[in-house]
Design a protein. Structure first.
Length: 64
């Protein structure tokens, strides 16, 4: 299939997020990760022993 470049740009333009949109999403994600609950969750994950990690993985797999 051949497309004119202008047609290709028109088809892909709406699917490609703008850089400013991506930066905004990144900023929101970072702010969410800085919340006390998120920090506690990450700390708990890093401090978990292998059995706890396995149980959590199994629980997540069974509820998906």
């Amino acid at each position: 299939m051949l497309l004119a470049y202008a047609e290709f740009e028109a088809l892909t333009a709406s699917a490609t997020p703008a850089l400013d949109d991506l930066a905004g999403r990144c900023d929101e994600l970072l702010a969410t990760m800085q919340q006390p609950d998120a920090k506690a969750g990450i700390a708990a994950a890093f401090d978990a022993d292998p059995e706890e990690v396995g149980a959590a993985a199994l629980k997540a797999a069974c509820t998906a």
